[in-house]
Design a protein around this ligand. Sequence first.
Ligand code: HMG
Ligand code: MG
Length: 306
Amino acid sequence: MNKQASLPKQVKIVEVGPRDGLQNEKENVPAEVKIELVNRLTNAGFPNIEAASFVSPKWVPQMATSREVMDAIVRKPGVIYSALTPNMQGFEAALAARADEVVIFGSASEAFSQKNINCSIAESIARFEGVAKAAKDNGLRLRGSISCAFGCPYQGDVPLDAVADVVGRMRELGCDEIDIADTIGVATPRKTQAVMERAIAAFRVDGLSGHFHDTYGQALANIYASMEVGIAIFHSSVSGLGGCPYAKGATGNVATEDVLYMMQGLGVETGIDLDIVVDAGQYISQFLGRKGASRAGNAIAAKRAQ
Ligand code: HMG
Ligand code: MG
């Protein structure tokens, strides 16, 4: 059977490095470095960049400069600059910072919900109601992110019903897009398809995205498997930056350069310039003082240096 025929012709890649990537860095990354990174990513052609997070600075100190970043980035018309907003305080800050999209983030795992946002799943949904309404009233896009949809660092297995239930609640809140997130990177391709198929049944295929961390090296395979069931939106981090402060041992998101290289090879359009992303990856890796985590990015950089 020719699987190629069943892949989407184009996909939307959401660059989450400036938020999901950098939020996990222990050393302070100055606002000007974040701004330069976002500007480089804008120039690379991403349609959507997750640039900020309006959460408690006591919980995630690295994101405390979000307002400064949002104020100074050079915005390209049509590009969606997103910000995480766990509650109304976060929403007000995101609105003032001119975010185009706000992201409410819940979990399919009760245990992770407590650790990450200090409340139960039900409490989080109740808290998100105000944010969702305010987003609609102010004409902002609303995205819902569901952590631990494939496994949880605290409770282990996460039932498919739990994922479908939170997808349904996010849909009822009016989310334009819903992320199915593998926070700790434990999913494998068949499991990915099973979860995605349940999520599709609870929402709509063109509104779902795959957010894969690459802890166990399965992220590219999971993206491919997701495309086979019709998913056409994926999140990735330049240079594979990241992790989650509340998921010990979780490594970064799948590296953007690796995803783009795979999409190019498959003939799936992204509209993004891989060379500019490689440069952006080199820029942030140099700043952080370590080799980037993108295999394709490092290979392309090494080839250039020959
Ligand atoms: P809480 O302590 O339960 O909330 O935190 P609270 O309402 O009692 O407030 C306590 C203090 O936080 C108060 O300050 C508030 O003003 C302040 P104090 O009076 O003590 O000085 N506060 C805020 N400050 C700034 N912005 C806000 C805000 N809200 C309260 N929006 C809360 C609840 C959700 C705020 C907290 O638990 C929190 O900020 N958690 C951070 C969670 C987080 O950012 N996690 C990482 C992102 S999620 C992720 O990475 C997963 C994802 O990538 C998908 C995946 O891979 O799974 C999306
Ligand atoms: Mg994440």
